[in-house]
Design a protein around this ligand. Structure first.
Ligand code: ADP
Ligand code: MG
Length: 712
């Protein structure tokens, strides 16, 4: 792919195996090429790790089993793995195959029963002959008054203790894979790991005391104790840094090439913007004004604009988008605004069209629903330049959509769009300036990892007059009270969002829950009072339901998380979130942002079920404490690092296999600086280190960017 792409991060993840260095062939072979891995196991491994051998080597151990623990039988704790020296007393073969085979053994402190299901008597007689001493290693369990070990992991004569590994890595497993198979597959994969040329700066390596790549990899897979599993362990740090450097370098390369692509210098005369500003019932906030002047300065530059506009829900991004687009129109060009859903496009159209049209600017909308003659007409008017601003969904990406002179594209809620779509858009004009808007307050570390060094404008102050939201936590057992309260509020004219619970990761179940809740509320408050939206509805039905709510036709909108983005109903002042404990912090924050937009005070009820886990409790308390999106985002990242997250449908942020952003944040900054320096000194990666860095890019499958390196 000719990457004229903007700063799109995940584009970098597409492998282009054509010019992969030969040293990496073994690692990028299919799973089945490993010895002992047949088609069935290959399939399981592919499902759990990925398609290639290399995906196995990144799967680091999660625990260690220390088999050096050698207690006497009486001291062996329940549930713990231990290695015991015992003498075999007798075999009890079952008469019935369904019952276990039992072998009794002892040491000077007590007895141990070894338990085997589906046992092979001949094998057991050979391995555990009566009267002989053996080392057995496995999990000890107390059963009634007995100490048992079911299926020891190792059985060996006492004079051959070396047959039992001292410390064994334990790998995360997926259904169908046993620890033995997983370990074996990973060992085989590690045998394929070649010595690679060093891509890190030698001085930096030395200062950190980090080993070479292959050594670090082997060390990470051979932990000598629990400390070696920590993110701070040397081998893990080195590997994490490699991954971060690959990603930062790829981002820096794309960015450099995007900046090289010729853009247009766009300067408006201010006439349209001024007329719209006069028509607005409010003055811009300080950060809106600041963002606009940053955007205009970028547009005036001949290089392309690549800017992210970050602002919490309700911070007023739309008007910034409009003024950005009008600047392009003033300069004689066209602009596009992309929204992830049809509802959102329509809402943007409704906000923007009256303002723009009053200033003599023509606005149109294009969605997947436009067909036939109407669509053809619209495309004609777009091609002739009659339409100044096009608002729409991904339909704008279609090949047949041609602008006369697209100067700027604004993408709302960017991570809902795929990489290819953004690429397609960027190719619709000559070096189109790009402004991406997101309501996700992305923490600094994640920003860096997703975009590298990207220009960012932030809307930090909310439009004046906003009232704080009263957020409360309520147990599920009081749901009846909540429903009654919602009923009273609705009766007195308030409008209510009711978010039905996330059910695992299943859209179908989410849907069922929403439908059930809607039915119940309809039963209580009548057909007219309740509207329902969910992700599986047809766009037209969804729009109709939303419209009914927005116009006040329905007081209660029951929704799955589809209301997460967009929708602006200032009269809605109550939000109920059922099973709030199942949502991630960022998501709760987004949802809550739908209320508190009008004059009247708002209330958010976080209804939780059952006993709250520690992390869930912290999330909900955080929500009660603050409305500051950036604080919430930082906390979200910290909690996510802790690993407990149920029901978070994640957005387009990159996933690292080795780096843990919550733990390796400092490494990320270092990788960013390093990447910048590398490209400054060696923009085409032609030095010896440059060649090694290319291998690094391939290794982490960030190689799509290699073709965009400046030649010579
Ligand atoms: P966002 O897209 O960032 O979530 P919107 O652009 O939808 O937020 O703005 C939310 C609401 O705030 C809209 O009703 C908008 O008209 C209003 N608004 C935007 N800027 C201002 C401002 N400077 N002063 C007062 N209200 C504003
Ligand atoms: Mg918006």
């Amino acid at each position: 792919m000719g990457v004229r792409c903007p700063f799109v991060p995940t584009a970098l993840c597409r492998p282009s195996s054509a010019v992969r260095p030969e040293t990496l062939f073994g690692l990028f072979a299919p799973m089945q090429s490993l010895p002992g891995i047949g088609p069935r196991l290959a399939k399981l491994l592919e499902k759990s790790c990925g398609a290639h051998v290399v995906d196995l080597i990144w799967r680091l151990p999660r625990e260690v089993v220390d088999r050096r623990f050698r207690p006497k039988i009486v001291d062996a704790p329940d549930g713990k793995i231990a290695t015991l020296a015992v003498t075999v007393d007798k075999h009890d073969a079952p008469s019935d195959r369904k019952r276990p085979y039992r072998i009794t053994a002892h040491d000077e402190t007590g007895f141990l029963t070894l338990v085997f299901f589906n046992a092979d008597k001949r094998y057991l007689m050979r391995e555990l002959p009566i009267g002989e001493a053996r080392l057995v290693s496995g999990r000890v369990e107390y059963y009634r008054d007995q100490r048992q070990m079911a299926h020891p992991d190792f059985i060996t004569p006492v004079d051959r203790p070396e047959a039992i590994p001292a410390i064994e890595p334990v790998y995360p497993l997926t259904a169908g894979l046993t620890p033995k198979v997983m370990t074996k597959a990973i060992r085989a994969a590690l045998d394929r790991a070649p010595d690679l040329p060093e891509w890190q700066d030698p001085a930096f390596l030395k200062a950190r005391g980090w080993p070479a790549w292959r050594e670090a990899l082997l060390q990470a897979h051979a932990p000598d104790g629990p400390a070696a599993l920590e993110p701070a362990a040397t081998a893990r740090q080195r590997l994490a840094f490699d991954e971060l450097l690959a990603s930062q370098l790829a981002l820096a390369i794309v960015r450099a090439s995007a900046k090289r692509a010729p853009g247009q210098s766009i300067e408006g005369d201010g006439r349209l913007c001024e007329s719209v500003l006069r028509a607005l019932p409010f003055a811009l906030t300080g950060s809106q004004t600041a963002a606009l002047s940053e955007i205009r300065a970028d547009m005036a530059e001949p290089a392309r604009m690549l800017r992210l506009l970050q602002g919490d829900v309700g911070s007023g991004k739309t008007v910034v988008a409009l003024l950005t687009m009008l600047t392009a129109v003033e300069a004689g060009g066209q602009a596009a605004l992309l929204a992830p859903t049809e509802i959102l496009s329509r809402q943007h159209l409704e906000t923007i069209a009256p303002l723009a049209e009053a200033a003599g600017v023509s606005v149109a909308m294009l969605t997947g629903r436009d067909k036939g003659k109407a669509r053809a007409d619209l495309l004609d008017r777009l091609g002739s330049g009659e339409i100044d601003i096009l608002i729409g969904t991904h339909a704008i990406f279609q090949q047949s959509v041609d602008f006369k002179n697209l100067m700027v594209a604004v993408v709302d809620e960017q991570h809902r769009f795929g990489v290819h779509q953004r690429l397609a858009l960027a190719n619709k004009g000559r070096g189109v300036d790009l402004l991406v808007m997101t309501a996700t307050p992305i923490p600094r570390t994640l920003m860096l990892s997703a975009y590298g060094d990207l220009d960012v404008s932030r809307l930090t102050d909310k439009p004046p007059g906003r009232k704080p939201i009263d957020t409360r936590l309520i147990g599920n057992d009081r749901l009846e009270e909540v429903i009654a309260g919602v009923g009273r509020a609705a009766q007195s004219g308030a409008q209510v969002y009711w978010v039905s619970p996330l059910v695992e990761e299943s859209e179908a179940l989410d849907l069922a829950a929403a439908e059930e809740r809607a039915a119940h509320l309809t039963h209580r408050f009548g057909e007219d009072a309740v509207a329902l939206v969910h992700g599986r509805m047809k766009a037209a039905e969804k729009d109709a339901a939303m419209a009914r709510f927005a116009e006040g036709g329905a007081q209660i909108l029951v929704a799955t998380t589809v209301i997460e983005v967009g929708v602006d109903v200032p009269n809605a002042t109550i939000m109920v979130i059922e099973h709030a404990e199942r949502f991630g912090l960022a998501q709760l924050h987004q949802l809550r942002g739908r209320i508190g937009r009008g004059e009247k005070p708002s209330t958010c009820l976080l209804v939780y079920g059952g006993r709250l886990g520690q992390a869930a409790e912290r999330r909900l308390r955080m929500m009660r404490e603050t409305e500051d999106g950036f604080r919430i985002a930082e906390e979200d990242l910290r909690l996510r690092g802790a690993g407990e997250l149920l029901g978070v449908r994640q957005s387009g942020l990159p996933v690292f296999k080795l780096a843990d952003l919550a733990q390796h944040g400092d490494l990320l900054a270092a990788a960013r600086d390093d990447a910048r320096l590398i490209l400054e000194r060696d923009p085409a990666l032609q030095s010896a280190r440059g060649a090694a860095l290319r291998v690094l890019l391939y290794l982490f499958e960030r190689d799509a960017v290699v073709s965009t390196l400046r030649s010579g």
